[in-house]
Design a binder for this molecule. Structure first.
Ligand code: MLT
Ligand code: MN
Length: 316
């Protein structure tokens, strides 16, 4: 299985279009060592020919252009794509807006939980993906699903599982009394991606969890022994947005667990076996975006890597 990180940033990307803070400015002006990052998305393939996208970011057009594996093949006629399948892990703007760029009567199969499919169904703009060409299939909140494209199985399967998170920003119910804006199971899932036929064996597969608000015992148990984990790295500290002066929301208010601190993901996942641990979905306020920063040292010393656009992982 080949996996490519096509977008390593959180919503907004890096630089964010309207951000004049030092990190966004540094990358915008080409300061050495700063890498441009597009919004959150992953591509996976069992054969290097057909590809499943995990989340469709607003930057999808640029992401397809930057990854030749995702270009139409000359031998496949005037209109085609190697992208057969799109899996959505939540309904955040940075994960669904790219669907709108996949119109043009191109056959595709979209997979998402009932909650996320419901959001697409209630936003009529997604009808540009005409049902004669684009199928929408439900993923269970918990369970294994062999993935298909318009012409059948693509050689990959996903196991979905619920993770603590928050309903998409534009769906928040301010009046909800649950303390979490009316979030329900199935609003945010993690996925284990493997070759079809790889059953419950987490060693031959990769976990992709771009949004997670808390590390639970259940999640730790699931991840223990994983060969590769791509995990929510949105913020370094919970108060990062206010610390940097760009906003008021904390990481936890956005449904994202900070990397550092006693409750942070580095510490919480430190005592389980994971072959490779990689942060994705990096917000443009994250101090790790600065090369050779203390944050970079803390992360790498703890055995974590930081994904970058175009990062390729091969799992046999
Ligand atoms: C998130 O991950 O919290 C969302 O993508 C924020 C957004 O709407 O951009
Ligand atoms: Mn996001």
């Amino acid at each position: 299985m080949i996996v490519k990180v096509v977008g390593s940033a959180a919503g907004g990307g890096f630089p964010q279009w309207n951000c004049n803070a030092p990190l966004s400015n540094a990358v915008r002006t080409g300061k050495p060592g700063f890498l441009t990052r597009t919004q959150s998305s992953l591509a996976a393939s069992s054969d290097g020919e057909s590809w499943a996208l995990f989340n469709a970011s607003p930057d999808i057009r640029e992401q397809i252009a930057a990854n030749c594996e995702l270009h139409p093949k000359p031998e496949n006629g005037l209109r085609s794509t190697p992208i057969t399948t799109v899996v959505l892990t939540n309904a955040d703007v940075d994960h669904i807006a790219g669907l709108l760029s996949l119109r043009e009567r191109q056959p595709l199969v979209i997979y998402a939980t009932a909650n996320v499919l419901n959001t697409l169904a209630h936003n009529s703009i997604f009808r540009v993906l005409h049902p004669d060409f684009v199928q929408r299939r439900e993923l269970p909140v918990s369970g294994i699903t062999p993935l298909e494209g318009p012409e059948g199985p693509v050689g990959l399967s996903v196991e979905t599982f619920p993770v603590p998170g928050k309903v998409a920003l534009f769906l928040e119910d301010e009046t909800a009394t649950d303390g979490n804006f009316g979030t329900s199971d199935g609003d945010t899932v993690g996925v284990r991606i493997g070759q079809s036929g790889s059953d419950g064996d987490s060693t031959g597969s990769l976990f992709y969890i771009p949004g997670c608000a808390r590390v639970t015992q259940e999640l730790k148990g699931r991840l223990d022994g994983a060969r590769c984990l791509l995990f929510d790295g949105t913020v370094f500290v919970d108060s990062e947005m206010s610390d940097t002066g760009v906003g008021e929301k904390s990481g936890s208010r956005m449904g994202h667990l900070a990397i550092s601190g006693p409750q942070g993901s580095i510490r919480q996942l430190a005592d389980i076996e994971i072959g490779r641990r990689i942060f994705v979905h990096i917000n443009n306020t994250h101090p790790i975006l600065e090369p050779c920063s203390d944050a970079e040292k803390a992360v790498t010393d703890a055995g974590w890597e930081v994904a970058f656009d175009g990062m390729e992982l091969r799992l046999d």
